[in-house]
Write a protein that binds this ligand. Structure first.
Ligand SMILES: [Fe+2]
Length: 209
């Protein structure tokens, strides 16, 4: 099953793929394995493990579980102010979405959210470099959370406490990558935050347990 998703418009096209024996991916795209158990088989014996991402190019893939393809991310230039302005108009800032005081003036802009069963996803523009999100440990429900870097560079920081000076590990993110899981063997998260390194776009993925 292949489903076109529009949440990345106007610049990023998305396809959700489920249980496809042979899908011919088009030109360069980011492949995200959204399955918690099954790999995505690419070519020549290369398989993408669960909850991992990579870039592929004109590749044939076999998706026994669930996957996402994002196209055209490589053409998005966030140093082009016209592009930035379009995204800031089409996607909603955290402040517009919540009106929480901590979101006032914070340059995070979220695309529409897509929900497919236990899975939900949205893209997020961080319009300034070196800009951290809020530090948190809990989510509104028990989830597996991933940040897939789509444009530019970012990082996920792990912290000892809500104090921004208490970072003890950072998981760097280049476009086309996802971090190793933040949660421990018991499914418990440390204090954590996303942080832009350059202006960037990432894909936030939540999988309900
Ligand atoms: Fe989180």
């Amino acid at each position: 099953m292949i489903q076109k998703l529009t949440f990345g418009e106007p610049f990023i096209a998305a396809r959700y793929i489920e249980q496809e024996a042979d899908y011919a991916a088009p030109d360069q795209c980011i492949l995200v394995n959204l399955d918690t158990e099954q790999p995505v088989l690419v070519e020549n014996g290369f398989s993408l493990p669960p909850l991992q991402a990579c870039e592929i190019r004109f590749s044939h893939i076999r998706v026994p579980g669930k996957a996402l393809l994002l196209r055209h991310a490589g053409t998005v230039d966030l140093n082009d102010l016209q592009t930035l302005d379009i995204l800031r108009k089409v996607w909603k800032s955290n402040w517009e979405l919540t009106h929480l005081p901590q979101h006032r003036g914070v340059p995070y802009y979220k695309s529409p959210k897509v929900t497919l069963g236990k899975l939900s996803m949205n893209l997020c523009l961080v319009a300034e470099p070196e800009c951290p999100s809020g530090i948190h440990r809990e989510h509104d429900r028990p989830i597996r959370e991933l940040h897939v870097q789509v444009v530019g560079q970012g990082a996920v920081d792990l912290l000892r406490s809500p104090d921004p000076a208490s970072v003890y590990a950072s998981l760097p993110l280049a476009a086309g990558t996802v971090h190793i899981p933040e949660w421990n063997a018991e499914g418990v998260y440390p204090w954590h935050r996303y942080r832009s390194v350059t202006r960037c776009i990432f894909l936030a993925v939540s999988i309900e347990e």
